[in-house]
Design a protein around this ligand. Sequence first.
Ligand code: HEM
Length: 460
Amino acid sequence: MSSSLRQAFTTLPAQIRAVTATVRNPIEALPPSVFHERLVERHLGRQHIVYVCAPDLVREALVTHASSLDKGEGLRRAIGPGLGKGLLTAEGTDWKWQRQALAPVFRASGTDAFLPAMIGATNRCVSALENQGGIVAIDQVMMRLTGRIIIETMLSSPEAVDADAMAEGLGVFLKQTRWSLLGDLLGTPEWLPHPGKAKGLAAARALRDQALAQIRTRRGIDPSGAPDDLLNRLLIARDPETGRMMSDEEIIDNLLTFLTAGHETTALALAWTLDRLARHPEIMRAVQRELDTVLPDANLELDTEKLARLDLTRRVLRESMRLTPPAPIIIREVRAPFKLEGVLLEKGTRLVVPICALHRHRQLWEAPEIFDPSRFIPREGERPQDDRYAFMPFGAGPRICIGARFAETEALTVLALTLRRLDLTPELPAIPPGKLEITLRPSKPLLMSVRSRHSTMADS
Ligand code: HEM
């Protein structure tokens, strides 16, 4: 494998082109060499950016040098107004105690308890699609569904809030965050206005007020008699080392964090997967055969044992997250200098792990552009999909996604219950490119026609 590449945008037009590309779509602004080099350096103005594109270097950066990195001002500036200092944005000891206190909330046994809520919300959504049929934007359908699921698992009395309004408010807030990220990259002052800023901040304030109202109601109830939802788990979470518990403000930060981190990512994983399957009818049929075997009877409920048997469905999900990782880029800022592949990363250097490039790296994957779920069939020998730093849709190192198990359970549930009952056909001629808005969103609505499998079978 070739080693590292240096690229400097020395002229003003080159700088302007690089910045414009970043505003339009930061994914398109990635240097093309990240798909075949181990490490790529770029100088944009005074900013030194290092792209880490080899699994051993990713491990060295995110694990060995974890304590020399933090998430950077850009993230705090962009999502801090909504998510405060919750688990996603906190640093140092503030992060560590929250991670320790929240770990049990997302353990396998804890997560499995949310399965009935996931099944209920999905069945309602699929019934509506089955009745309505016709053409739908599957990304929007999945966004509403995962929004419902996260709100129903957070608050077991979801009627107390307007879930659709909350999901919409979150969308308004997130949409304008890329301007803040860009402002940070260019070093502009934080108070500077940008498109959608005032609306986004108002939406974040409204979401935080709603969360506070829920916490106040729950504080009046004995936790041992309260429902076992995410809110209750946050109210009783304790740092195992110190016994410290969360203040109202910290609970709001984390409720908003789970709402943000857990809703859109999973929706996108599902939407991209359903779109891929609709374009590969032979693989969709094979998934449906697997579902018919594991769930032969319409009245049979899904449970964790049946989910564990969905091998092909799980491989399809992984292969889709390889090609379109919902969280495609990890960004860190260097706090204490260190060397990587002989390159000195000084304080202030921006370290980028382009997950989307690692997942299609020409030195790692055979025919990386091809959708082939059989890559994930367990076989002898070390292969990229077995390397946790080559295939890493949930990140790596101490800050790896705490909700990975929750997300996999949810995504498999939705795929199983949807494809058991529906056939999908794409309406767009090709998969549209992804656009980075912290997550990897389709640049156009993913339109597809949905049809009940029962009517399809009856017709044939
Ligand atoms: C397919 C769905 C998901 C994907 C692809 C995903 C991806 C990721 C990635 C890549 C990170 C690491 C970010 C970094 O290192 O900068 C992360 C962190 C995180 N994720 Fe997820 N995530 C998903 C679902 C969820 C769910 C369902 C939840 C919660 C309900 C969640 C909560 C979090 C939190 C709180 C963090 C921060 C952890 C920390 O810093 O300690 N995620 N996620």
